[in-house]
Design a protein around this ligand. Structure first.
Ligand code: M6R
Length: 617
């Protein structure tokens, strides 16, 4: 989704802004732009459609834009097609007056933009783009000039008037040594340097300059100068803010010799999993005190609702089986985008678990707020410290995947699984549905997962060969039962999102109720068989596909060699506790998605139409 970077200090702003935008590329975008104010107070805007290299070429790497204060933006089209006119920054220049102008960039969506646009047209403004952002900037301009008030009041009046979400960075010609920001439901963070300050929608954009940050909360505004910053609430009162230090270092967001971030992140899984386990496992026990959950609370929950999107929802699907089995508690898994608009009757002593890598997914954030409004206790499993979901949930389990750049999630998914297992095991222990012996055995087994993931990764060449063979498949089916079905959901998404091959995940027993009619000669059907009790059943369903011409790949554990009587190609993974199988089975499926995408010559890390963090509905 869109990205914002701003700089104010003693260095030339444009190259810094471009560098920051490059670091936000992974979020997905279709155009980009910079606005830089020079030392004479003139503001210049340069925009380009397409990749950042176009903007880089137009500005000679930023060198042709003098000035030490500026804002930059990567746009992911919402209102209006990708074009130079629609790209940000936008300015109030075409306004009724020749008064000094206002230039700004914006992430989010202004829901009442049409109504505001009509109003601004009535007031004499004209518009050069189709964007809601231009409407937003002109609304700020309107209040600023109408009441002859300063930036705080102009922004506050605008914030009261607009509906929707925004992270906004603006420069007022009248206030040359300042950048102003405002926020509602879309993240923005201030980075603090020596004689220079930064603003960004995502901390990774500024990590190579500073790790000292201040998060702006909803309905707050901030003023940045080279020397410092102040934050104000919507009434214009100054508010005290905490400065935090980000643990991630800049190199964590580099490729480190890998061709793609996705492959690097796949290989980071053993460490990410180890770190996440050790964040709560101390002396052979799971300690959830850092998360804020007491044993009394754990005992009281009567129902669990897991709410998430995409791969995080797939983690929820896997976690459902684990919770049901270890805690004997009813679990519902909901898509955030559905949950927020449903009147799901909820048990008042239930727990809502929101899973999100970014902590900024608009639907998951809205679901969290909906749950809180309904008086539910909320627990977030989240990867980004300081993200909105992390800050608003009652309890937070922070996964330690580190920055995840590739759009297709891998290491964050793996860490979310670990967090779910640990929660389920501790809930089971506290509620006496998991005895001490099994608890200890499971914890010991969990410690072996990183090594087992390493082993699977060491055998990746075979998958590379097989992926090249199927790189031009038209359709792929993933089938499995129980937890294996949850694994299939993630395997199928990994395949389609980066290789653009149509794929479906099916509960194996459900195929014969319609979908089996799609099976054609040579179609690849991948059977996931990691659950002993369901193995024979899934094999039967795979045989049904083979009888209709399918080419079968089996994904199962070492020892299940009899699968070779059925499958045409088999991938073996080490055995582990059945509840943890998703952590191992997903690795070959991530690798297949990756290798097929590479074989097809696609942009692995930045697949078309997708964004890393989906901050719009
Ligand atoms: O940041 P979140 O975990 O909330 O994101 C949820 C989904 O957008 C995300 O998992 C998406 O499905 C990934 N592209 C999957 O690889």
């Amino acid at each position: 989704m869109c990205g914002i970077v701003g700089y104010i200090g003693n260095k030339q702003a444009a190259p810094i802004l471009l560098d920051g935008l490059v670091r936000l590329e992974y979020r997905g975008y279709d155009s980009a732009g910079l606005a830089v104010r020079d030392d004479e107070g003139r503001t210049r805007i340069v925009k380009a459609k397409g990749r950042l290299k176009n903007l880089d070429e137009k500005t000679d790497g930023g060198r042709s834009m003098p000035g030490r204060v500026g804002i930059g933006h990567t746009r992911w089209a919402t209102h209006g097609q990708p074009s130079e006119a629609n790209a940000h920054p936008h300015s109030s220049e075409a306004s009724i007056s020749d008064k000094p102008c206002i230039v700004g960039v914006h992430n989010g969506i202004i829901e009442n933009f049409q109504e505001l646009r009509d109003k601004m047209i009535r007031k004499g403004y004209s518009f050069y783009s189709e964007t809601d952002t231009e409407v937003l900037i002109k609304t700020v301009d309107y209040y600023y000039h109408k009441y002859n008030i300063g930036p705080i009041d102009a922004l506050a009046k605008t914030m009261v008037r607009v509906r929707g979400s925004y992270a906004l960075a603006v420069m007022f010609d009248d206030h040359p040594g300042e950048i102003w920001v405002a926020r509602k439901d879309s993240p923005i963070v201030i980075g603090l340097g020596e004689g220079e300050n930064f603003v960004a929608s995502d901390v990774s954009a500024i990590l190579n300059h500073t790790r000292e940050v201040c998060y702006i909360d909803n309905l707050e505004m901030a003023r940045l100068t080279p020397e410092g910053f102040s934050v104000y609430n919507i009434d214009g009162d100054e508010v005290e803010k905490e400065v935090s230090t980000v643990d991630w270092d800049a190199s964590a967001a580099e490729k480190n010799g890998y061709e793609h971030f996705m492959m690097k992140e796949i290989h980071e899984q053993p460490k990410a999993v180890t770190d996440t386990i050790h964040s709560v496992v101390k002396d052979g026990k799971i300690d959830l005190s850092g998360i804020g959950l007491s044993t009394e609370e754990i005992q009281k929950f009567s129902q669990i609702y897991i709410v998430a999107c995409g791969s995080a929802w797939h983690v929820g699907m896997a976690a459902q089986y684990v919770f049901e089995d270890l805690v004997r508690i009813p679990v519902r898994v909901e898509l955030s985008s559905e949950f927020r608009y449903r009147c799901l009757p909820m048990s008042p002593d239930g727990l809502v678990i929101i899973i999100s890598q970014s902590g900024e997914t608009a639907d998951s954030l809205a679901a969290l707020r909906e749950a809180k409004t309904r008086g539910m206790k909320t627990l977030a499993i989240v990867n980004v410290v300081g993200s909105s979901i992390a800050r608003e949930a009652d309890y937070v389990f922070l996964t330690l995947a580190g920055p995840e750049i590739a759009v297709a999630t891998t290491k964050a998914y793996s860490c979310q699984l670990i967090a779910s297992y640990l929660l389920a095991m501790e809930f089971g222990r506290v509620r006496s549905t998991l005895d001490d012996e099994n608890y200890a055995a499971m914890l010991a087994e969990m410690e072996t997962l990183p090594g087992k993931i390493e082993r699977i990764l060491s055998e990746k060449e075979r998958l590379q060969w097989f992926s090249a063979k199927y790189a031009h498949a038209k359709d792929v089916f993933f089938v499995g039962r129980g937890l294996d079905y949850a694994i299939c959901l993630e395997g199928s998404l990994k395949m389609k999102e980066i290789s653009y091959i149509h794929s479906e995940a099916y509960a194996a027993g459900e195929l014969k109720h319609g979908t089996i009619s799609l099976i054609e000669d040579g179609m690849l059907v991948i059977g996931v068989l990691t659950q002993d009790g369901l193995y024979e059943k899934t094999v039967s369903n795979m045989v049904e596909c083979k009888a209709r011409g399918a080419y079968l790949m089996g994904l199962t554990c070492y020892g299940h060699y009899v699968i070779e009587d059925t499958a045409d190609f088999t991938v073996y993974i080490p055995k582990t506790d059945p509840h943890f199988m998703a952590s191992l089975a997903v690795i070959p499926l991530q690798l297949m998605g990756y290798y097929i995408s590479v074989a097809r010559g696609l942009d692995v890390d930045k697949p078309r139409n997708l964004a890393k963090s989906v901050t719009v509905e």
